[in-house]
Design a protein around this ligand. Sequence first.
Ligand code: HEM
Length: 406
Amino acid sequence: MTETTETPTTSFPEQRPSGCPFDPASGYTALRRADGITKVSTPAGVDAWVFSRYDDVRAVLTDSRLSSRSAPSAHVVPGADLQREVMSGSILQNDGERHAHLRRLLTSEFTVKRVQALRPRIERLIEDHIDAMLASDGPVDLVQAFALPIPSLVICELLGVPYADRDEFQQRSAVLVSVDRDEEEVMRVNEELQQYMAGLVISKQDKREDDLLSRLITRAEEQGQPLTLPELVSIGITLLIAGHETTANMIGLSTLALLRNPDQLDALRNDPGLAPTAVEELLRYLSVVQFGLFRHVMEDLPLGDETIKAGEYLIAALSSGNRDEMVFPDPDRIDLSRKASAHLAFGFGPHQCLGQQLARVELHEVYTRLYRRIPSLRLAVPFEELRFKDNTLVYGVTALPVTWDR
Ligand code: HEM
């Protein structure tokens, strides 16, 4: 790891540069060029060491002296703790053998082969939602009409949510990831979803079908370590939250980024073969897990002349690592032909995103269909009127009113 000297504690997160909603805080560029590491104070009032360079972010995320267990991401989110409520005890917040066990049980559900089998359903969902948008009269909010429902319905496919329940499931999950609902409503809907998931798990325990939950129940039983109802509910809810908000914000924000970079959008529209590198480049450029990943130090870490002490916290700044000019030349430019697949948007190390192949297929299908089917797609409001999610764990555009030639 890079050497550092302890600098005065600054507050975290820093604001993005005004007028550049796709760029991370400019302080990261200066930090990467200086020490690479600095100490900050988080909104929850704890001090944490921020690691800003690509190589250091990877080193942090593979260091077994660091724990995810007592490092709820809510510590870095100004004013929010929903994520903490929903995620505590989940695979994301387990370490060591317990984490490895949960991960082994789930890995076979996210192989390339398994995800490819879902592709026809994903294609259909995307085409149906484009049809519905085209059939509507006026400008539509792409976030509500397209970006939110697609990943939520894909998770319904994955978990085996019956068709009759999908509208309600999708509406509830949209409330859970929204930024403008009051806290009481979000807590009520969270409770309803937990109850729904418990009912779904019980129905799969009674009657196994061809879906992730059924296979998971059977697999754990066969290994002589059956999963409890709360464990299965936690897995179902974690998959919903981890897979819904991230992918939805990527769809909305990357569409906006492409509309702001028309040459790149034209290139993608004219050459669908560009979609695989476009997926990786947009994941890198946007780094929607905007505040990075939080870790708890379990034993003293020597760092140059200093020691990061057991009990302190670290932040692996994914968005900064993804703009590291030593790894990605001209990092603030979108280049859809760039080979960016080593980006950090899915994290790195033992917790690296389990659903990344699924997310890639969803984004690939969006990028090869949406802009070709609606070639005149454009913003329906001035860019300056758009609002961005500066205070949530996953970054995105709050609403994206779009229109097209009819
Ligand atoms: C663009 C979309 C996505 C992004 C940017 C993203 C990002 C991430 C990141 C950064 C992590 C690492 C967290 C950590 O180390 O603490 C992660 C973990 C995870 N993601 Fe994703 N994710 C996406 C889509 C999905 C999807 C579609 C699913 C499944 C339906 C999913 C399921 C998970 C799970 C279960 C973990 C925890 C893995 C573990 O702890 O071992 N993600 N994701």
